[in-house]
Design a protein around this ligand. Sequence first.
Ligand code: PBG
Length: 326
Amino acid sequence: MSAPRPRRLRASEAMRELVAEVRVAPENLMAPLFVHEGIDAPREIASMPGVVQIPLGSLAQALDGALASGVVSVMIFAIPVTRDAVGAEATNPQGILARAIRLAREHVGDRLVIVADLCLDEFTDHGHCGVLDEHGAVDNDATLERYAEMAVVLAQAGATMVGTSGMMDGQVGAVRRALDGAGATDVGILAYAAKFASGFYGPFRDAVESTLEGNRRSYQQDWRNRREALREIELDISEGADIVMVKPALGYLDIISDARAASTVPVAAYIVSGEYAMIELAAAQGLLDRERTIMETLSSVRRAGATIICTYWAIEFATRLKERTL
Ligand code: PBG
Protein backbone atom coordinates (compact mmCIF):
# COMPACT_ATOMS: atom_id res chain seq x y z
CA MET A 1 0.00 0.00 0.00
CA SER A 2 1.51 3.33 -1.01
CA ALA A 3 1.55 6.24 1.44
CA PRO A 4 -1.71 8.23 1.76
CA ARG A 5 -1.44 11.53 -0.08
CA PRO A 6 -4.17 13.98 0.99
CA ARG A 7 -2.33 16.66 -1.00
CA ARG A 8 -3.71 15.20 -4.25
CA LEU A 9 -6.97 16.93 -3.41
CA ARG A 10 -5.22 20.27 -3.00
CA ALA A 11 -3.18 20.25 -6.18
CA SER A 12 -5.12 22.81 -8.23
CA GLU A 13 -7.72 25.50 -7.77
CA ALA A 14 -10.23 23.34 -9.63
CA MET A 15 -9.54 20.35 -7.40
CA ARG A 16 -9.83 22.45 -4.25
CA GLU A 17 -13.16 23.85 -5.44
CA LEU A 18 -14.37 20.35 -6.25
CA VAL A 19 -13.80 19.04 -2.75
CA ALA A 20 -14.65 22.16 -0.72
CA GLU A 21 -17.03 21.17 2.07
CA VAL A 22 -18.61 24.59 2.51
CA ARG A 23 -18.99 27.72 0.42
CA VAL A 24 -20.00 31.24 1.24
CA ALA A 25 -22.70 32.62 -1.03
CA PRO A 26 -24.29 36.09 -0.99
CA GLU A 27 -27.48 34.43 0.26
CA ASN A 28 -25.70 33.31 3.42
CA LEU A 29 -24.91 36.88 4.43
CA MET A 30 -27.28 39.12 6.39
CA ALA A 31 -26.53 42.84 6.39
CA PRO A 32 -27.04 44.93 9.55
CA LEU A 33 -28.19 48.52 8.94
CA PHE A 34 -28.24 51.36 11.47
CA VAL A 35 -30.91 53.98 10.93
CA HIS A 36 -30.41 57.13 13.01
CA GLU A 37 -33.29 59.51 13.65
CA GLY A 38 -31.11 62.52 14.36
CA ILE A 39 -28.86 62.84 11.30
CA ASP A 40 -29.28 64.22 7.78
CA ALA A 41 -26.48 62.40 6.01
CA PRO A 42 -24.68 59.08 6.46
CA ARG A 43 -22.16 59.23 9.27
CA GLU A 44 -19.13 57.03 9.79
CA ILE A 45 -18.97 55.06 13.03
CA ALA A 46 -15.52 55.80 14.38
CA SER A 47 -15.02 52.42 16.05
CA MET A 48 -16.23 50.45 13.02
CA PRO A 49 -14.31 51.64 9.96
CA GLY A 50 -16.46 51.25 6.84
CA VAL A 51 -19.78 51.07 8.70
CA VAL A 52 -22.16 54.02 8.72
CA GLN A 53 -25.26 55.23 10.48
CA ILE A 54 -27.81 56.41 7.95
CA PRO A 55 -30.78 58.77 8.11
CA LEU A 56 -34.18 57.40 7.16
CA GLY A 57 -33.84 59.32 3.89
CA SER A 58 -30.90 57.11 2.87
CA LEU A 59 -32.50 53.79 3.73
CA ALA A 60 -34.02 53.15 0.29
CA GLN A 61 -30.62 53.63 -1.30
CA ALA A 62 -28.98 51.32 1.25
CA LEU A 63 -31.60 48.68 0.49
CA ASP A 64 -30.95 49.06 -3.23
CA GLY A 65 -27.29 48.42 -2.48
CA ALA A 66 -28.19 45.32 -0.50
CA LEU A 67 -30.38 44.03 -3.33
CA ALA A 68 -27.71 44.67 -5.93
CA SER A 69 -25.13 42.78 -3.87
CA GLY A 70 -27.15 39.58 -3.86
CA VAL A 71 -27.84 39.37 -0.13
CA VAL A 72 -31.39 38.33 0.64
CA SER A 73 -31.74 39.67 4.16
CA VAL A 74 -31.11 42.75 6.28
CA MET A 75 -31.18 43.33 10.03
CA ILE A 76 -32.45 46.80 10.90
CA PHE A 77 -31.41 48.66 14.06
CA ALA A 78 -32.61 52.16 14.90
CA ILE A 79 -31.23 54.94 17.07
CA PRO A 80 -33.94 57.28 18.37
CA VAL A 81 -33.47 60.90 19.39
CA THR A 82 -35.30 60.51 22.69
CA ARG A 83 -34.80 57.81 25.29
CA ASP A 84 -36.60 57.11 28.54
CA ALA A 85 -36.87 54.54 31.31
CA VAL A 86 -39.25 52.21 29.46
CA GLY A 87 -38.03 52.77 25.91
CA ALA A 88 -41.30 54.31 24.76
CA GLU A 89 -40.02 54.98 21.25
CA ALA A 90 -39.59 51.24 20.72
CA THR A 91 -43.34 50.78 20.67
CA ASN A 92 -44.26 54.05 18.98
CA PRO A 93 -45.72 53.19 15.55
CA GLN A 94 -44.33 56.56 14.42
CA GLY A 95 -40.97 55.93 16.07
CA ILE A 96 -37.80 55.62 14.04
CA LEU A 97 -37.65 51.81 14.04
CA ALA A 98 -41.26 51.33 12.96
CA ARG A 99 -40.86 54.01 10.29
CA ALA A 100 -37.69 52.36 9.00
CA ILE A 101 -39.36 48.96 8.80
CA ARG A 102 -42.39 50.43 7.04
CA LEU A 103 -40.23 52.23 4.50
CA ALA A 104 -38.13 49.12 3.96
CA ARG A 105 -41.14 46.94 3.32
CA GLU A 106 -42.69 49.48 0.95
CA HIS A 107 -39.42 49.75 -0.92
CA VAL A 108 -38.40 46.10 -1.28
CA GLY A 109 -41.59 44.12 -0.72
CA ASP A 110 -40.65 40.47 -0.40
CA ARG A 111 -37.36 40.75 -2.25
CA LEU A 112 -35.47 40.96 1.05
CA VAL A 113 -36.15 39.32 4.38
CA ILE A 114 -36.47 42.29 6.72
CA VAL A 115 -35.45 41.45 10.26
CA ALA A 116 -36.32 44.10 12.85
CA ASP A 117 -34.18 44.14 15.97
CA LEU A 118 -36.46 43.55 18.92
CA CYS A 119 -34.80 44.90 22.05
CA LEU A 120 -35.10 47.97 24.24
CA ASP A 121 -31.45 48.92 24.70
CA GLU A 122 -31.35 51.57 21.96
CA PHE A 123 -34.50 53.12 23.40
CA THR A 124 -33.92 53.20 27.15
CA ASP A 125 -32.08 56.06 28.86
CA HIS A 126 -30.25 53.58 31.13
CA GLY A 127 -29.18 51.49 28.14
CA HIS A 128 -30.35 48.12 29.44
CA CYS A 129 -32.20 45.65 27.23
CA GLY A 130 -35.25 45.76 29.46
CA VAL A 131 -37.12 47.86 32.00
CA LEU A 132 -35.81 48.12 35.55
CA ASP A 133 -37.45 47.25 38.84
CA GLU A 134 -37.38 49.51 41.93
CA HIS A 135 -33.89 48.22 42.82
CA GLY A 136 -32.47 49.00 39.39
CA ALA A 137 -32.35 45.37 38.27
CA VAL A 138 -33.67 44.32 34.87
CA ASP A 139 -37.23 43.12 35.41
CA ASN A 140 -37.67 40.05 33.23
CA ASP A 141 -41.43 39.73 33.15
CA ALA A 142 -42.21 43.42 32.90
CA THR A 143 -39.78 43.49 29.95
CA LEU A 144 -41.66 40.65 28.25
CA GLU A 145 -44.74 42.85 28.15
CA ARG A 146 -42.75 45.57 26.40
CA TYR A 147 -41.32 43.04 23.92
CA ALA A 148 -44.78 41.67 23.17
CA GLU A 149 -46.03 45.16 22.38
CA MET A 150 -42.94 45.94 20.33
CA ALA A 151 -43.35 42.75 18.30
CA VAL A 152 -46.86 43.75 17.26
CA VAL A 153 -45.75 47.26 16.27
CA LEU A 154 -42.89 45.85 14.17
CA ALA A 155 -45.12 43.24 12.57
CA GLN A 156 -47.69 45.87 11.67
CA ALA A 157 -44.92 48.01 10.20
CA GLY A 158 -44.03 45.14 7.88
CA ALA A 159 -41.17 43.17 9.44
CA THR A 160 -40.68 39.71 7.95
CA MET A 161 -39.07 38.56 11.17
CA VAL A 162 -38.26 40.04 14.54
CA GLY A 163 -34.81 39.49 16.03
CA THR A 164 -35.25 38.88 19.75
CA SER A 165 -31.89 40.00 21.09
CA GLY A 166 -32.58 40.92 24.71
CA MET A 167 -31.90 37.57 26.45
CA MET A 168 -34.94 37.72 28.74
CA ASP A 169 -36.31 34.33 29.83
CA GLY A 170 -39.45 33.44 27.94
CA GLN A 171 -39.04 36.19 25.33
CA VAL A 172 -39.58 33.96 22.32
CA GLY A 173 -42.79 32.51 23.75
CA ALA A 174 -44.10 35.93 24.77
CA VAL A 175 -43.36 37.38 21.34
CA ARG A 176 -44.85 34.38 19.52
CA ARG A 177 -48.09 34.64 21.52
CA ALA A 178 -48.30 38.38 20.90
CA LEU A 179 -47.73 37.99 17.17
CA ASP A 180 -50.26 35.21 16.88
CA GLY A 181 -52.75 37.16 18.97
CA ALA A 182 -52.42 40.08 16.55
CA GLY A 183 -52.93 37.84 13.54
CA ALA A 184 -49.25 38.08 12.56
CA THR A 185 -48.81 34.34 12.30
CA ASP A 186 -46.54 34.72 9.26
CA VAL A 187 -44.03 36.95 11.04
CA GLY A 188 -41.08 34.84 12.12
CA ILE A 189 -38.71 34.94 15.06
CA LEU A 190 -34.99 35.00 14.61
CA ALA A 191 -34.00 34.19 18.17
CA TYR A 192 -30.69 35.33 19.55
CA ALA A 193 -30.74 32.10 21.48
CA ALA A 194 -27.19 31.92 22.78
CA LYS A 195 -26.00 35.47 23.24
CA PHE A 196 -22.99 35.91 25.48
CA ALA A 197 -22.07 38.89 27.67
CA SER A 198 -19.21 39.66 25.33
CA GLY A 199 -16.53 42.31 25.41
CA PHE A 200 -16.63 42.19 21.61
CA TYR A 201 -19.80 44.31 21.53
CA GLY A 202 -17.76 47.38 22.43
CA PRO A 203 -17.77 49.14 19.05
CA PHE A 204 -21.51 48.45 18.54
CA ARG A 205 -22.26 50.40 21.65
CA ASP A 206 -20.67 53.36 19.89
CA ALA A 207 -22.74 52.64 16.83
CA VAL A 208 -25.99 52.88 18.77
CA GLU A 209 -24.63 55.55 21.14
CA SER A 210 -25.33 53.30 24.09
CA THR A 211 -25.76 54.94 27.46
CA LEU A 212 -25.19 51.69 29.35
CA GLU A 213 -23.23 51.83 32.56
CA GLY A 214 -22.28 48.51 34.08
CA ASN A 215 -22.82 45.34 32.10
CA ARG A 216 -25.39 42.81 30.93
CA ARG A 217 -24.08 39.79 32.81
CA SER A 218 -27.32 39.21 34.69
CA TYR A 219 -29.12 38.37 31.44
CA GLN A 220 -26.59 37.60 28.69
CA GLN A 221 -24.75 34.32 29.01
CA ASP A 222 -21.52 33.60 30.82
CA TRP A 223 -18.93 32.85 28.14
CA ARG A 224 -17.63 29.84 30.04
CA ASN A 225 -20.77 27.79 29.56
CA ARG A 226 -21.25 25.56 26.55
CA ARG A 227 -23.99 23.26 27.88
CA GLU A 228 -26.00 26.20 29.14
CA ALA A 229 -26.01 27.56 25.58
CA LEU A 230 -27.63 24.36 24.43
CA ARG A 231 -30.28 24.81 27.09
CA GLU A 232 -30.99 28.34 25.85
CA ILE A 233 -31.21 27.07 22.27
CA GLU A 234 -33.58 24.24 23.21
CA LEU A 235 -35.79 26.61 25.18
CA ASP A 236 -36.02 29.09 22.31
CA ILE A 237 -36.93 26.34 19.86
CA SER A 238 -39.58 24.98 22.20
CA GLU A 239 -41.01 28.51 22.52
CA GLY A 240 -41.30 28.86 18.75
CA ALA A 241 -38.01 30.20 17.35
CA ASP A 242 -37.86 29.86 13.57
CA ILE A 243 -34.10 30.46 13.40
CA VAL A 244 -31.61 30.31 16.26
CA MET A 245 -28.62 32.61 16.41
CA VAL A 246 -25.33 32.36 18.25
CA LYS A 247 -23.52 35.57 19.12
CA PRO A 248 -20.63 36.43 18.97
CA ALA A 249 -19.34 33.98 16.37
CA LEU A 250 -15.58 33.58 16.37
CA GLY A 251 -14.96 32.62 19.98
CA TYR A 252 -18.12 30.53 19.88
CA LEU A 253 -17.69 28.10 16.98
CA ASP A 254 -18.28 25.19 19.37
CA ILE A 255 -21.68 26.65 20.25
CA ILE A 256 -22.55 27.08 16.56
CA SER A 257 -21.60 23.46 15.98
CA ASP A 258 -23.72 22.30 18.92
CA ALA A 259 -26.67 24.40 17.73
CA ARG A 260 -26.55 22.74 14.34
CA ALA A 261 -26.26 19.26 15.77
CA ALA A 262 -29.03 19.73 18.29
CA SER A 263 -31.69 21.33 16.12
CA THR A 264 -33.51 21.10 12.85
CA VAL A 265 -34.09 24.85 12.51
CA PRO A 266 -31.63 27.01 10.56
CA VAL A 267 -28.65 28.27 12.54
CA ALA A 268 -27.35 31.83 12.28
CA ALA A 269 -24.26 33.43 13.77
CA TYR A 270 -23.43 37.09 14.28
CA ILE A 271 -19.88 38.25 13.67
CA VAL A 272 -20.06 41.19 16.02
CA SER A 273 -18.61 44.66 15.95
CA GLY A 274 -15.43 43.87 17.90
CA GLU A 275 -14.68 40.86 15.72
CA TYR A 276 -15.18 43.04 12.67
CA ALA A 277 -13.02 45.84 14.06
CA MET A 278 -10.16 43.49 15.02
CA ILE A 279 -9.73 42.36 11.44
CA GLU A 280 -10.31 45.76 9.88
CA LEU A 281 -7.81 47.50 12.13
CA ALA A 282 -5.17 44.79 11.76
CA ALA A 283 -5.62 44.85 7.98
CA ALA A 284 -5.36 48.65 7.94
CA GLN A 285 -2.04 48.29 9.75
CA GLY A 286 -0.84 45.90 7.07
CA LEU A 287 -0.76 42.97 9.49
CA LEU A 288 -3.36 40.88 7.70
CA ASP A 289 -4.39 40.34 4.10
CA ARG A 290 -7.88 41.79 4.47
CA GLU A 291 -9.93 39.93 1.86
CA ARG A 292 -8.25 36.62 2.54
CA THR A 293 -8.74 36.73 6.28
CA ILE A 294 -12.34 37.84 5.93
CA MET A 295 -13.10 34.92 3.61
CA GLU A 296 -11.35 32.58 6.01
CA THR A 297 -13.43 33.96 8.86
CA LEU A 298 -16.74 33.69 6.98
CA SER A 299 -15.85 30.16 5.86
CA SER A 300 -15.02 29.12 9.43
CA VAL A 301 -18.42 30.22 10.64
CA ARG A 302 -20.10 28.32 7.78
CA ARG A 303 -17.96 25.25 8.53
CA ALA A 304 -18.94 25.35 12.20
CA GLY A 305 -22.55 24.99 11.08
CA ALA A 306 -24.15 28.38 10.49
CA THR A 307 -26.25 28.75 7.36
CA ILE A 308 -26.74 32.47 7.95
CA ILE A 309 -24.00 34.91 8.95
CA CYS A 310 -24.99 38.34 10.14
CA THR A 311 -21.95 40.46 9.30
CA TYR A 312 -20.86 44.03 8.58
CA TRP A 313 -19.02 42.60 5.56
CA ALA A 314 -22.25 41.29 4.01
CA ILE A 315 -22.82 43.78 1.21
CA GLU A 316 -19.18 44.18 0.19
CA PHE A 317 -18.47 40.44 0.25
CA ALA A 318 -21.73 39.44 -1.38
CA THR A 319 -20.77 41.78 -4.22
CA ARG A 320 -17.26 40.35 -4.40
CA LEU A 321 -18.54 36.78 -4.37
CA LYS A 322 -21.03 37.56 -7.10
CA GLU A 323 -18.50 39.37 -9.25
CA ARG A 324 -15.77 36.87 -8.36
CA THR A 325 -13.39 39.62 -7.27
CA LEU A 326 -11.79 37.61 -4.50
C1 PBG B 1 -28.37 44.47 22.02
C2 PBG B 1 -27.44 44.24 20.90
C3 PBG B 1 -26.05 44.09 20.97
C4 PBG B 1 -25.58 43.93 19.68
C5 PBG B 1 -26.67 43.92 18.85
N1 PBG B 1 -27.83 44.13 19.62
C6 PBG B 1 -25.11 43.96 22.01
C7 PBG B 1 -25.20 44.50 23.34
O1 PBG B 1 -25.01 45.72 23.50
O2 PBG B 1 -25.38 43.72 24.24
C8 PBG B 1 -24.13 43.77 19.32
C9 PBG B 1 -23.79 43.74 17.91
C10 PBG B 1 -22.37 43.93 17.64
O3 PBG B 1 -21.53 44.08 18.54
O4 PBG B 1 -22.03 43.94 16.44
N2 PBG B 1 -29.68 44.55 21.61
